[in-house]
Ligand binder design. Structure first.
Ligand code: SF4
Length: 411
């Protein structure tokens, strides 16, 4: 295993161990892109806000452009000191090591509005680093269904059903088409973001529909519209669910997207069924892979991805230690790469098991084993992550691009 140094090593540790609250971290929120998840003080932790929660920044940028998502954790050995004038440092209590950092800034678009007064931040665009994510229909129908008392939503998902939270986007249950005013507002936000920061990847995502064909039609409408407004010709990735092959052929024939990423979440059929019951019921594991294989046939190797949630298998209910979990995940990665499909792993901490003294250590062991193992599997299958799809400047909770960059530097 390569020993990581520099920013990638820092990123791996901070991703797995989190950052605990300090006044400096709280102050940084005033000039940084805000985190979607507020900091939650643990019982007994000093809480200077007196509210139990605090706004914190979303992303750390290191001097070489490495991006790290901030996960707040009162048990973390990492904390932040400094201020905007003198600069910030990330400090490891165990060794006293200090790393100079910056936070992803609060760009003007985050406080600007469309012509008819909708904040751009609610117009269906978000960014992390140089990736712009378009999500104009975030409500997921899986949240609306239960079978045998089990909700069809994925176990880790923080989205929700199409409801009052999606009304400002005009999304309603049962309606496939995206309303034109929603697309036009998104276009204004898209232009504002692209003119204020360098965007090098566009990613189309959205909540799922129980009918994969209808979901494909919605994405077709979106991708056609994005092609019209994407004057800078930024590469676009299709992040729908596994949609029917004839629709994929239309995306390809019309050259609407350059990359495809249907998120399987788990490379193990049994865990997929447990963790993603809706995807399993309405699409199925085998069909999901077939759809990705069709995409490989159309777009070619190196253009087809599947995002995975890594770490959720450590939830106590699955009864897995990190060694078993990483072994199963690596077997799945081997199978996918053999088919020309590249899995990309986002770290998602288990909710349970916090009382274990090795809570952080097992996450770190699991994730490190997984990402290094996958790096070797990709190499063996001659697969590399396309710079058009993602890079180290946008991979905020993934390590693949950082590892590939380490190899480039060493070559
Ligand atoms: S399909 Fe996507 S949006 Fe729906 S529950 Fe699963 S992860 Fe969430």
């Amino acid at each position: 295993m390569t020993t990581l140094t520099g920013s990638p090593a820092l990123k791996l540790q901070v991703m797995c161990e989190g950052i605990r609250y300090t006044a400096a971290l709280g102050r940084a929120a005033a000039h940084s892109m805000p985190n979607y998840y507020p900091y939650r003080f643990k019982p007994g932790e000093a809480d200077p806000t007196g509210r139990g929660i605090a706004t914190i920044p979303y992303l750390i940028n290191t001097a070489d452009g490495t991006e790290i998502r901030i996960l707040g954790d009162g048990d973390s050995p990492w904390h932040v000191e400094g201020d905007a004038e003198r600069g910030y440092a990330l400090i490891d209590d165990r060794s006293g090591r200090r790393e100079a950092i910056e936070f992803e800034p609060l760009r003007p678009w985050l406080t600007q509005k469309t012509d008819d007064g909708l904040p751009y931040a609610q117009a269906g665009v978000t960014t992390h680093g140089d990736m712009l994510v378009i999500n104009v229909a975030p409500g997921c129908e899986y949240f609306l269904h239960k079978h045998d008392g089990v909700s069809m939503r994925c176990g880790f998902c923080a989205y929700g059903a199409p409801d009052e939270r999606t009304l400002h986007l005009g999304q309603k249950t049962g309606q496939v088409e995206i309303p034109q005013p929603t697309l036009d507002r998104m276009a204004q936000a898209f232009e504002a973001v692209c003119s204020q920061t360098e965007i090098r990847h566009v990613y189309l995502v959205g909540g799922s529909l129980t009918d994969a064909r209808k979901e494909g039609e919605r994405f077709l409408q979106l991708a056609r519209y994005v092609k019209q407004i994407n004057h800078r010709r930024i590469p676009v990735a299709l992040g729908s669910g596994a949609i029917p092959d004839d629709l994929l052929e239309r995306f390809h024939a019309e050259q609407l997207v350059q990359h495809v990423c249907f998120n399987l979440e788990q490379g193990d059929a049994e865990l997929f069924a447990k963790i993603c019951p809706g995807k399993n019921r309405y699409v199925g594991y085998a069909r999901w892979i077939e759809s990705l294989e069709t995409a490989v046939r159309l777009w070619g190797r190196g253009h087809v991805y599947t995002a995975m949630v890594a770490g959720i298998e450590l939830e106590p209910e699955h009864g897995l230690e990190w060694e078993d979990a990483s072994r199963r995940a690596l077997a799945g990665a081997e199978d996918l790469c053999r088919r020309g499909i590249i899995p990309v792993y986002s770290l998602v901490w288990p909710v349970g098991g916090r009382q274990r003294p090795d809570f952080h250590a097992r996450i770190l062991s699991y994730f490190e084993t997984l990402v290094f193992g996958c790096r070797d599997i990709r190499r063996r299958h001659a697969l590399t992550i396309s710079e058009g799809f993602m890079c180290h400047r946008c991979a905020y909770m993934q390590l693949e691009c950082d590892l590939e960059r380490v190899e480039e530097v060493m070559a």
